[in-house]
Design a protein around this ligand. Structure first.
Ligand code: NAP
Length: 301
């Protein structure tokens, strides 16, 4: 069989545009019905954080679709004061009916553990799926909030048109925010799923037999064309800066020669992550509003 060189590029931007347009319509309907726009609180511990660029992009995207994006900067001179300030801010936002969703700057500053966030955030507002309740719902196959990046990787795969039922899928990376949620979603979709990580003995032996390869390792060029099965669908989640350029975890040039379809970096999974986060926010706002009106009806009865 001759393999056609030049895999199809799976661009995220057109899908993200479509999702954002749907979100804007839902936000307008929500705002008309509730008298206020749904709000997303973006909580940071100091604006110098490296993730600030990403968070500012989210706030800009909120403005673009009519979501009330609020930057909440937690003050504090040392780790303990900042942790206390963060917990207090998250409790206040969790109790605020006008705030539908909360995301927290990651990674957290040194000295603040994830428990500080988990213990204070309302799982119903945890739109990026970091709370154990949402992680547990995903693990058990129920509907909850899935981390937006993992959701984006799966959305990209589904939009590629490649069937996942019965397919061999390999996920490279086992982090709680990307690798494992992707693996659970793939398994749920019917793919026979293998999770590889830094202790995997022969990574290429696994990737070479996979119809679907999702790479989320944070290692530029980790997966090359020689490690792929011809025609495979490759979803590159990695974001790395090499010589001032953003690159993925997959060596795009060699992978394109072998794969059937591949997400470019930048321009693949990244734009979709941002759009799906907004979609999660709207879902949270709609659910909370429905619960409030249901309890108002019960209160009246
Ligand atoms: P992470 O927490 O550092 O996890 C990396 C995972 O990759 C770990 O499970 C690690 O294995 C595994 N790994 C590292 N080196 C490996 C190797 N040589 N061979 C096989 N596995 C290896 O990273 P993350 O937060 O999951 O993020 C992964 C990548 O996605 C990063 O590049 C990040 O920037 C990117 N990202 C992108 C988006 C987006 O919107 N596109 C969002 C979030 C993150 P061990 O568990 O054994 O250490």
């Amino acid at each position: 069989m001759t393999i056609q060189a030049g895999a199809r590029l799976l661009e995220g931007a057109p899908i993200a545009d479509e999702i954002r347009a749907g979100v804007a319509r839902d936000v307008a309907a929500f705002t008309a019905e509730n008298g206020h726009a749904p709000a997303l609180a973006v909580v940071v511990c100091g604006r110098s954080a490296p993730s600030m660029v990403y968070l500012e992009r989210i706030l800009k995207a909120c403005a673009g679709v009519g979501i009330d994006g609020r930057l909440v900067d937690v003050a504090g001179d040392d780790g303990a004061a900042q942790a206390a300030g963060l917990a207090s801010a998250l409790r206040t936002l969790s109790a605020d009916d006008t705030v539908a969703g909360i995301i927290v700057q990651m990674p957290l500053p040194k000295g603040i553990g994830i428990r500080t966030v988990i213990d204070a955030i309302d799982p119903a507002k945890d739109i990026d799926g970091i709370h154990p309740l949402n992680a547990g719902l995903l693990r058990l196959g129920f509907e909850g909030f899935v981390p937006a990046t993992a959701h984006a990787a799966l959305e990209m795969l589904q939009r590629s048109g490649a069937p996942s039922e019965g397919a061999e899928a390999v996920v490279v990376g086992r982090s709680p925010v990307v690798g494992m949620p992707v693996a659970f979603l793939l398994a749920k979709s019917g793919a026979t799923t293998t999770v590889c990580h830094s202790k995997t003995r022969d990574l290429a032996a696994h990737t070479r037999r996979a119809d679907i390869v999702v790479v989320a390792a944070g290692q530029p060029g980790l997966v090359t064309g020689a490690m792929l099965k011809p025609g495979a669908v490759v979803i590159d989640v990695g974001i790395n800066v090499v010589d001032g350029q953003i690159v993925g975890d997959v060596d795009l040039a060699s992978a394109r020669e072998v794969a059937g379809a591949i997400t470019p970096v930048p321009g693949g999974v990244g734009p979709l992550t941002n759009a799906l986060l907004l979609a999660h926010l709207v879902r949270a706002a709609q659910r909370q509003a429905a619960e409030r009106s249901a309890s108002a009806v019960l209160g009246d009865a």
